[in-house]
Design a protein around this ligand. Structure first.
Ligand code: PM9
Length: 463
């Protein structure tokens, strides 16, 4: 007799070979640790953390293939064979001609900003990213947000919330003139919007517009493979295309990319700047020796470059990316079912709790997302990250806080690290904080560093 079978679940396309014990702490220990850390999860010691969802940056588990590659590190000062392997992998999978390795993403952001931005220029982008915008400002530029409005609404379920609004871009060109715009940065996916993707159609349209106005397009390709997965899943005409093919097409609409290899590329350290334009490359290759290291290592050991080259190959495998994003979707579905306010649709690397709706009684100047991240740690030992007013920083002209529409707490999943049981524990912990949300009080900032304050700022509970 024929039996109608239910659809099979997916499972991680790997098994575990090495384990790292986790420490469970008591509430008293966590309160002590949190007070010492000034209510900033960046200042906690990792040994006081149970499940670490601070970031997916450099926290990935490498494969045996990558670890084997580490033993093949050619630690020559110049011309390491691992550099050539990395260069080959970037050319093959991303399609750019020239490669400048950097120690991580912000090294690449620094170099491209210093080369292309002159004081008084404007740099549009599909929502700011902390380090990217700071490097643009340090080079004398002003960041201008040209993302579609839907991206600023956590409940809006637009499938490509990372898209550039071409009307906003056009308005900027009209206002300041194309010669004042050295390039546009397109984040794929958009981290601060909730890991939201950009459609291929939009990338193509931006390319066309920018070609007409002689404006360069620079991708922030940090999570471009995750973006490629969303294009495959959501955009007409891409269902049967490979992730590798989609990734290459995405990059073909740009002149270059900055990359933090610590995310998509499944490594613990590394990044690069990739370019098609020889003149810009020549300057970048010259600058990297001042700030990072020789142009064939850029601040990385040979073994790190080898691990990244191998990570590129693994990152575009269909079963890998499906499981990667499947894990985020699993947590998202459970939280949504429990009525916890999260950013929708669920993005590529994290679940973002909507702190404005989670803690509506905490004013934005009382740092609702910072408060919620601290509270989740206190409840469960789970570490998350604030992505709201603290991350947004201050307006360099007025000195006032930026007041971002999105006030979020990010539960970021490292790749290939946690199991479904860790996901269940996380959901339960969030639900418990949600149940007692009305009793939670905000914070005041008692120490504020000058740059990227979210990393080191300190807070105290409001009485
Ligand atoms: N992102 C993250 O946790 C690292 C710490 S927060 C500054 O999400 C994008 C989209 C990123 C990113 C880092 C960088 C900088 C550039 N673009 O951290 O310097 O998400 O390798 O990359 C972090 P690096």
């Amino acid at each position: 007799m024929d039996v109608q079978r239910k659809k099979r679940s997916w499972a991680e396309p790997y098994k575990i070979k090495v384990v790292e014990p986790l420490k469970v702490t008591t509430r008293e220990e966590r309160q002590r640790a949190l007070t010492e850390a000034g209510y900033n999860t960046f200042l906690l010691r990792s040994e006081d953390v149970y499940i670490d969802l601070l970031t997916d940056s450099g926290t990935n588990a490498m494969s045996d293939y990558q670890w084997a590659g580490m033993m093949l590190g050619d630690e020559a000062y110049a011309g390491s064979r691992n550099f050539y392997h990395l260069e080959e992998a970037v050319q093959k999978y991303y399609g750019y001609k020239y490669l400048v390795p950097t120690h991580q993403g912000r090294g690449a952001e620094h170099i491209i900003s210093q080369i292309l931005i002159k004081p008084g220029m404007f740099v549009p982008g599909n929502m700011y990213f902390t380090t990217t915008r700071l490097h643009q400002e340090l080079a004398g530029g002003t960041f201008v947000d040209v993302i579609i409005d839907e991206a600023h609404d956590p409940a809006n379920e637009h499938p490509f919330k990372g898209n550039v609004d071409l009307n906003k871009l056009e308005a900027l060109v009209k206002r300041v003139g194309a010669d004042k715009i050295p390039y546009i940065t397109i984040g794929v996916t958009v981290n601060m919007a909730g890991g939201q993707p950009v459609s291929m159609e939009n990338l193509r349209a931006v390319r066309q517009f920018c070609q007409k106005h002689k404006i360069r397009v620079i991708l922030d390709a940090t999570r471009a493979v995750e973006n490629a997965y969303f294009i495959q899943a959501r955009e007409n005409g891409y269902q049967l295309k490979s992730i590798a093919g989609i990734l290459k097409e995405m990059c073909s609409y740009s002149d270059g990319a900055t990359m933090s290899g610590k995310k998509d590329l499944l490594v613990n350290i590394g990044g690069f700047l990739a370019l098609n334009d020889w003149d810009v490359f020549e300057e970048a290759r010259n600058m990297v020796v001042v700030y990072e290291g020789l142009h064939t290592y850029g601040g990385l050991a040979g073994r790190d470059m080898e691990a990244m080259a191998r990570g590129i190959e693994e990152s575009v495998q269909q079963d890998h990316i499906r499981a990667r994003i499947g894990q985020i979707e699993y947590v998202g579905e459970k939280l949504r079912a429990a009525g916890v306010p999260i950013v929708l649709p669920v993005g590529g690397h994290a679940i973002f709790l909507d702190a404005k709706r989670f803690l509506p009684h905490v004013k934005q100047v009382e740092f609702p997302a910072q408060t919620l991240a601290a509270e989740l740690y206190l409840e469960s030992g789970i570490r998350s990250m604030e992505r709201g007013i603290v991350s947004a920083g201050r307006n360099k002209e007025t000195g006032d806080h930026y007041y971002p529409k999105l006030e979020l707490v990010r539960l970021t999943f490292p790749r290939r690290v946690y199991t479904q049981a860790h996901c269940d524990v996380t959901v339960e912990a969030v639900e418990e904080v949600f149940d007692r949300r009305s009793s939670i009080k905000g914070l005041k900032m008692v120490y504020e560093p000058k740059y990227l304050r979210f990393f080191q700022a300190r807070f105290e509970r409001l009485a």
